[in-house]
Design a protein around this ligand. Sequence first.
Ligand SMILES: [Zn+2]
Length: 88
Amino acid sequence: MALFHSLSIRMQSLLEYVLSKRGKKLIKLHNFTYYAASKDGPKTRWRCSTHASCGCNAALYTFHDEIVGQKGVHSHPSITNKQFTKID
Ligand SMILES: [Zn+2]
């Protein structure tokens, strides 16, 4: 459990909230972006932004804005050169 906790903290420091072109809130992590797919109180499931276009099944889970889980592997390259508006 301690190992998982420290991994989570490390991922947390890399997480950024950004705005998409359409003004939607996205998570940016390791140059991949995720949109909020479903919410259940403080829990949110985030799907890879390319889920609809590329069928990528990678997902993140947050609880009170902290990453608590990660699922799947991206089936496409990261989006290193895209510019997003960062949310503070
Ligand atoms: Zn993906």
